[in-house]
Design a protein around this ligand. Sequence first.
Ligand code: ZN
Length: 297
Amino acid sequence: MSNDYITRVVSSDGAIRAYAAITTDMVNEAQRIHHMYPIPIAALGRTLTAAAMMGAMLKGENDTLTLQIKGDGPLGGIVAVADSRANVKGYVYNPDVDLPLKPNGKLDVGGAVGRNGYLSVVRDMGLKEPYTGQVPLVTGEIAEDLTYYYARSEQVPSAVALGVLVDVDLTVKVSGGFIIQLMPEADEKVAEKLESIISSIPPVTKMISEEMNAEDILKKVLDGFELGSFDRLNTQYRCDCSQERIERALISLGEKELTDIIENQGEAELTCHFCDKKYHFNKFELQDLLNKSKERP
Ligand code: ZN
């Protein structure tokens, strides 16, 4: 059972749209599945937290969102997928990355991600072509990269904060974040006021550690702005893989590849990247999939 949630609020004048998330259970679940070192936990935790809030922003019930970060650092890359009900799943390419702490004592997520690379957002809204936006990485620290993505790719000035506090036993103490977005109604004054508050508030992990809930965090960030009512939504780590999906992936490999597997290995075991569940196929089952593959137009 997850206690994680997202809260949403819009300022009374419509100029600010804000989201905050508490994601401690979600990131602990990701850690239970992936057995990561501290830096990958922080990197994936920040990305999952962002994806959960971005999922909550999706308009269509069946829309999905994939947030991907790829750099030239040892982490390789990060993938997070969310749906409109804020179910999220994700993984890092290399869960065993370890680097020295930064001079400020923080985990070096930017160093693990690397600089030369991109952040991409793919929104699948059930249309023929999904919407894709991509920007080069700024720092690899994820929150800054997402801020840059919103400004450059979506022309929405935003403030993004994401934080994961990893304990010595490699569990997650607290995790969460917020995304504040300025709507076209917002003028220069609103932007300046918001900027000055955000530069003076404590890190999001500190606020959560001090038992502030997501509403408290948004009230602090949006201090002095008149707000509408808060709206909560549950969020959790959830993988929706199934035997049928894996079969479809195998069929799509095509005749040649499947014949190769049958002749050389005689069986196949596939592991879901998102939840580590294993799917086993014996020779007869593979033969059946090969026949289905041949029937495909
Ligand atoms: Zn899965």
